[in-house]
Design a protein around this ligand. Structure first.
Ligand SMILES: C=C(O[C@@H]1C=C(C(=O)O)C=C[C@H]1O)C(=O)O
Length: 280
């Protein structure tokens, strides 16, 4: 039987879930990609389960289900989804030209919700590879996510940096879920026990990673540099659960995205009934 193909986000944000993930005894293959590629490959049937943009779940809600207790979420600042701008506030960008990274789906739609729904703007968007310098050469502001956002903030040559997790929280008071763990329904129908075993192993490795953050922080530093304090703050500021507060934020995000015509209306969130985890 061919292995179950599991996605893995090619950013340090995911390390607390995967650092201790031991695939021994499971027939799996790990596929590392940026979120937009994971979204595309999951939709094409080339990945069976794994993290995708919450936005991509919304596009495919009729044929995907969610693995419980796993997400990449924040309540307030996320510290790796940044809009770099020459202006002071989001409201100054109502008719700006904004470059958005081609690695994201959730955050691009989140920016549209913030600017169009909450600020009444109508900016022009330009999708580009994640290079802060080239983006700012062509636009008034640049949206970066993941490691590109972290590096961009460290190298920032003087732009104002707006954290989209914080901007969402200020306007809604809700958590924001950027990535969810999805599985294609067709895969569950064939391989329910295998999916369940992998999900339990991932939830277990996350609990170990969050309890024992030090090696996770060391791996992040090996990959990107930065101080231990930075990474401890980063990882403890993120929430990796999919509890009630995250689901409430996700529902609101789908509602706004539906109203703006970015996603279908009435996205249905279906979470598989699998073992319990620890809520944020
Ligand atoms: C917190 C993050 O969440 C992410 C943002 C995503 C998106 O915008 O589509 C998708 C997956 C997550 O990696 C991040 O990338 O920094």
């Amino acid at each position: 039987m061919r292995p179950i193909r599991i996605g893995r986000i090619a950013f340090t944000n995911i390390l607390p879930i995967y650092h201790f993930f031991d695939p021994a005894g499971l027939n799996v293959e790990l596929i590392h990609q940026v979120p937009s590629q994971l979204n595309r490959r999951m939709a094409a049937g080339e990945i069976d389960m794994g993290p995708i943009s919450s936005f991509a779940y919304g596009e495919n809600h009729s044929r995907y289900s969610l693995i419980p207790h796993l997400s990449v979420s924040s309540r307030g600042p996320v510290r790796s989804i940044y809009l770099f701008t020459r202006q002071a506030d989001l409201s100054d960008l109502r008719s700006a030209r904004i470059a958005v990274t081609n690695t994201s789906a959730t955050s691009v739609a989140l920016l549209k919700i913030l600017l169009q729904y909450f600020e009444g703007g109508d900016p022009e968007y330009l999708t580009m590879p994640p290079s802060l310098e080239e983006m700012m050469d062509r636009a008034d502001a640049a949206l970066l996510i993941g490691d590109d956002a972290v590096r961009g903030a460290w190298q920032n040559p003087g732009y104002r940096v707006l954290d989209l997790g914080e901007e969402w929280y200020k306007r809604t008071g809700l958590d924001m879920t950027f990535a969810v763990w999805a599985v294609r329904d067709e895969v569950i129908e064939r391989l329910r026990d295998e999916v369940s075993a992998i999900a339990s192993r991932l939830i277990g490795s996350k609990e170990k990673g969050l309890k024992d953050l030090f090696p996770v922080v060391e791996e992040a530093r090996r990959r990107l540099g930065g101080s231990p304090e930075f990474w401890f703050q980063y990882y403890t500021g993120l929430c990796y659960d999919l509890g009630e507060r995250q689901l409430e934020g996700l529902k609101a995000y789908y509602q706004y995205a539906g109203e703006l015509g970015l996603l279908p209306e009435n996205v249905r969130i279906r979470v598989l009934d699998l073992p319990a985890g620890t809520p944020c």
